[in-house]
Design a protein around this ligand. Structure first.
Ligand code: XUL
Ligand code: CO
Length: 439
């Protein structure tokens, strides 16, 4: 194998006492936690767009990232040359999965037909790299937001020819995802929203967005794609209002348009925060609807109001996420989904090896979250507390309310016959202290 990262050895688990910054101190891929290896619980993925295509520019300045393997061109040749670099990175960092947008891996051509043929050629290259490395595709997606043709939306553009382009692009991105054995396919509606209602027919735009998703589901069936479709909520950026603004808005949309059987949610921490929620709120909303599918692992910055896509390092967040992941699907955890690092280095961290420091830190933060969450669940103190808090619904009048046999007349009679309710303490502070003990 060629060596694009000569300063970086293969990252190994060295245990908590290691002072080697390019070693895992907590992520030990084959170690069993709660009946499963860490790598099978965590299903880490890397984002092609951030690792290979993000030059680390910001609104005030150009990119800083050094990528000596990249000639800076939008040629097919350059696209093909990035593949071995990315797979060397995955191998050295012990990351089993990856995710991509069609336009990250493969450039637009001079014609639309050439654009499709570029993607087919790159897909062949990715397939060969997957085969020789054993790495897998967690999900693919189409970039329906960067090109100027999508300035007014893709599926929600007022222009039907743009809808046709978007459909055509998704068709080919799905073909590529299917060819690569992708476990999923994501829709993130980057431009599916509005800049102003003054010129917008919202109902028609939502109908069109649902139409595109139905067409994708139908086409997936036609080609035998058995992966999971996801929709990724995010508010605020880049439109004034995004139709997929948070988990609840996505679920309502999916229900209204009969799509809930076909799509789950891919939830991202920074997006939850921009929506004014915690990530655990978003996870609980999705899980309650049976629609929690996959996770884009990152974090925001409370002092900055945009999607900073920082690498996850906050142990409270990783613990809270893993508490929910461990309970998912009756304790099976993530099935088709994974923890995809939709995260980028800071503009100051411009050297190739910073990619590794970033991912090692994120993986160790989630490994610790996993271990802490497994211990919390095994001890059962939080679960017991919450169960007891609702125990008045386990029998008597509570069971009648939950079971549906109580009505206003019986509840009125019951309330008249008892002493005024006496509440138990919610004990929030005691539980927060307990959480600190585990962390
Ligand atoms: C944008 C974002 C996307 C999706 C995939 O904020 O998170 O990169 O994850 O389109
Ligand atoms: Co994302």
């Amino acid at each position: 194998m060629s060596d694009y990262f000569p300063n970086v050895p293969k990252i190994k688990y060295e245990g908590p006492d290691s002072d080697n910054p390019l070693a895992f101190r907590h992520y030990n891929p084959d170690e069993e936690i709660a009946g499963k290896s860490m790598k099978d619980h965590l299903r880490f993925g890397a984002a092609y767009w951030h690792c290979m295509r993000n030059g680390l520019g910001d609104p005030f300045g150009m990119g800083t990232a050094l990528m000596p393997w990249d000639d800076g061109s939008e040629s097919l040749d350059n696209a093909l040359k990035r593949i071995p670099v990315f797979f060397e990175f995955l191998d050295k960092n012990q990351i089993d999965y990856y995710c991509f947008h069609d336009r990250d891996v493969s450039p637009e051509g001079a014609t639309w037909a050439e654009t499709h043929s570029n993607l087919e050629k790159v897909t062949e290259g990715l397939k060969a790299a997957q085969k020789s490395s054993g790495k897998k595709l967690l999900w693919g997606t189409a970039c329906l937001f960067a090109h100027p043709r999508y300035a007014q939306g893709a599926a929600t553009s007022p222009n039907a020819d743009v809808f046709a382009y978007a459909a055509s692009q998704v068709k080919h991105a799905l073909d590529a995802t299917h060819e690569l054995g992708g476990a999923g396919y994501v829709f993130w509606g980057g431009r599916e929203g509005y800049a102003s209602l003054i010129n917008t027919d919202m109902k028609r735009e939502l109908d069109h967005l649902a139409r595109l998703l139905h067409l994708a589901v139908d086409y997936g069936k036609k080609i035998g794609f058995t992966g999971q479709f996801y929709i990724e909520p995010k508010p605020r950026e880049p439109s004034t209002h995004q139709y997929d603004s948070d988990a609840a808005a996505c679920l309502n949309f999916l229900r209204e348009y009969d799509l809930l059987d076909h799509l789950k949610l891919n939830l991202e921490t920074n997006h939850a925060e921009l929506a004014g929620h915690t990530m655990e709120h978003e996870l609980d909303v999705a899980a309650a609807a049976g629609a929690l599918g996959s996770i884009d692992a990152n974090r925001g910055d409370t002092l900055i109001g945009w999607d900073t896509d920082q690498f996850p390092t906050n142990l409270y967040q990783t613990t809270n996420i893993m508490l929910r992941v461990l309970k998912l699907n009756d304790g099976q955890g993530l099935t088709t989904g994974g923890l995809n690092f939709d995260a980028k280095r800071r503009r100051e961290s411009h050297l190739p090896e910073d990619l590794f420091h970033a991912h090692v830190g994120g993986m160790d933060a989630f490994a610790r979250g996993l271990k802490i969450a497994a211990k919390i669940i095994a001890d059962g103190r939080f679960d017991d507390f919450v169960k007891k808090r609702y125990s008045t619904y386990d029998s008597g009048i509570g069971a009648e309310i939950e079971g549906g046999s109580a009505n206003f007349d019986t509840l009125d009679g019951y309330a008249l016959g008892i002493e005024p309710p006496v509440l138990e303490s919610g004990r929030q502070e005691m539980l927060e202290n307990l959480l600190n003990d585990y962390i």
